[in-house]
Design a protein around this ligand. Structure first.
Ligand code: CTP
Ligand code: ZN
Length: 155
């Protein structure tokens, strides 16, 4: 690896144990933190945004010490960080890499696009079945209306 590239990687310190979530679009950083409830964790978190990356011009990275996620929880971020990569760190080494996958159901996270939907007037958690994963197409359990990827708004 070239020396300047090594230095870029060290902008956020290495961790000894935990999970590194890499290749997050910078604009989704705080939504990822909230979806994974990292705003409530007591574990050490470090993050960086607007870092240089080959694939994304604008990537963010989150490092959570001593915390490991279930696949179902990780897949909840697929809607907003489809290219995110997880690195499981044990004793400073990357022991496993995982990619995220769009789940079959989406609970919460997204608003129903139908302004008349009950979930937009009552405090009800949204629930959608995923009709298509590419592009993402969601069907509301309450009003059966479709929310397309381009219309997706995070709650
Ligand atoms: N990392 C870390 N702490 C460690 C080991 C790795 O924070 N003890 C971070 C690295 O900084 C990097 C990510 O975990 O952001 C993945 O590490 P590695 O697989 O070594 O990097 P790459 O080969 O560049 O991974 P990829 O191309 O899959 O993104
Ligand atoms: Zn609805």
């Amino acid at each position: 690896m070239k020396e300047h590239k090594k230095k870029l990687k060290l902008k956020v310190s290495a961790i000894s144990e935990g999970t590194v979530i890499d290749h997050i679009p910078s604009e989704s950083l705080f939504d990822v933190i909230s979806i994974l409830e990292l705003d409530k964790t007591r574990n050490m978190i470090t993050f960086g945004a607007n870092l240089d990356s080959g694939k994304l011009t604008n990537k963010a990275i989150i490092k959570v010490s001593n915390q490991f996620f279930e696949n179902d929880d990780i897949n909840r971020i697929a809607l907003i960080a489809p290219h995110a990569k997880l690195n499981i760190i044990r004793d400073y080494e990357v022991v496993e890499k995982k990619v995220v996958e769009v789940p079959d159901r989406v609970i919460g996270i997204v608003k129903c696009f139908n302004p008349k939907c009950i979930t937009n007037s009552e405090p009800i958690t949204t629930s959608f079945s995923v009709i298509s994963k590419q592009p993402i197409t969601l069907k509301c359990k309450y009003c059966e209306k479709i929310t397309h990827e381009k219309q997706m708004v995070i709650r």
